[in-house]
Design a protein around this ligand. Sequence first.
Ligand code: 0RA
Length: 652
Amino acid sequence: MPKDNYNADTIEVLKGLDPVRKRPGMYIGSTDARGLHYLIWEIVDNSIDEALAGYGKEIKVELNTDGSVTVSDNGRGVPVGINHETGKNSLEVIYSMLHAGGKFGQAGGYKVSGGLHGVGGKVVNALSTYMKVTSMRDGHIYEIEFKNGGQKVHDVIDKGETRKTGTVVTFKPDPKIFSTVIFNYDTIKERLKEGAYLIKGLKMSLVDHNSNKKDEFEFEDGIKEYVSDMVKNKELMSDVTYFEGTEGPIDVEVSMAYTQGFDETLISFANNLRTRDGGSHEVGYKTAITKAFNDFARKFNLISTKDANLEGNDLRCGLVGIVSVRVEESVLEFEGQTKGRLGTPLAKSAVEDVLYEKLTDYLHANKALAEAVVEKAQKNAKAREAARKARNMIRLDKKDKKELNLSSKLSPAQGKNKDINELFLVEGDSAGGSAKSGRDRSYQAILPLRGKVLNTEKATEESALQNQEIATMIYTIGADYGDKFDVKKSNYKKIIIMTDADDDGAHIQILLLTFFFRYMRPLIEDGRVYIAVPPLFRVTNKGGKNNFMKYAYSTEELANILKKLNKDNVLISRFKGLGEMSAEQLWETTMNPETRTLIQVKLEDFDEAEGEVDLFMGDDAERRRNWLENHVQFSLEDEYEIDKLDLTQGEE
Ligand code: 0RA
């Protein structure tokens, strides 16, 4: 007898949707933009479940002009018969009645996506001012409508005949519940794209009827295409591989590619939900890789019998991988505060066994790659040891630092307030001198940089740490570096790169940004890195009575200033470098928060940036500059208008 059958003892309590409206956070996590988008995920997940059960291969999301959202699929359609327990139409029960005790409402669907175990539709209804569900089944179109958080407008009606099957759900989020009811197109787009990667051959489309934007995703090769797209700008050591298999209640898919780089990327999913905190499937993936390569290396005597095994971290250097498992609901366990970690113990052995076997075959068929990865891991182990020694040097205490001359060039701020202090990285000793005397020493620190900054993409970690400038920056910022970097420990709220407005200055900016990107990325993510904008020109009058002085930050601005002045009488001087400015001028034009212009460095799309980080490695300065221009968003610190800089009309 199937165990899902209800027995006489099963307690069923049906109730309205009020509990959801009273405590929405319990059902959707939050009522901010995140919670708002959760509504779409819930409805889309239902359609995904239907597709995974083998019905329907197209899901469409539409953002309508009235603020509502429509999600349609071409599955079997939601059941519409009279439900025996309740005497009500199942369409009404499924979308508007919560239940407590026993099992209910799961009409035998093969439920694998994360979701809320079939309560998703009801929750969305509860938090909407309007909802309409259309089910196309058995040659008919059935429809039910709700308003005000799940109050039935009318019973299920038969709207006529159709040859299609599928489900269409339209809902309009309740502005009394959500702090915002504005959807973000790109957020939805990324989520649908991810879903399309995870389910081979499923077409996901998105249309915004307000902006007429449209996107459509369909990937015949699933996660293999996901990895291909992630590495499309990288130099590869291997092909993009794809392995799949099933063990017990768990389906396993893995795609991986070795890049020439050193970073490891692993993205994992369980039942199509991103598992940001990893879990048993990731452990299985790592174990399989370590075992497969070590066995290979031993078998072909690539490591001598007396040497220890290669470490997993070293073997995964440069590896980009995606693990996707589908776990039968009876053994599905998510863990952690945000349920972002897969618990299911069987997932470890399933991924480990499937991947070990297939990867071993692959390595034997691709010996050159296997040898190259082993060699890279061996080199890496050596570099790691060297880096460990160098790291110890960085963590010396203050007395040792003095002896090593690490902090001697820093002019520290007097105050110690991490929430306001600013660190200026200044090109050249002479500008450093002006900056040092011009600054507000209570919260501004100056670190002059001598000569060209080391290119940290071409240097090993060990040699980077031996570089005075790099070591001093790490020590001064005081929040460690690499995966140990902790932005909360940063001694500075703002790190301001101040260079001359010429090619050399631009190059130094790029090298510094490269360093922050590679060694202290959260500093950029947290919006703490800035570029100072010094003026290009100073305009004064020649010995006239009404002394004036204006600064121009661009040639256009200079032209504007000149237009307003009596041209005969003016003297234009071009600042060739920061060093030409006096301490007062530097303060007034470039350092004083009241009058300066800062550009905040932002990396908007980190997944994309990740895929292109190798750019920094090579010699291709042109490509690197283009990349920076395209991906690093330069935005002004405040809504600061350059016109406000008309502070002049004063004496010099
Ligand atoms: C329960 C049972 C069946 C289908 C569905 C639910 C279903 C739900 C949704 C929600 C969005 N799209 C959907 N498509 C299907 C199967 C009923 C049968 O045996 O035909």
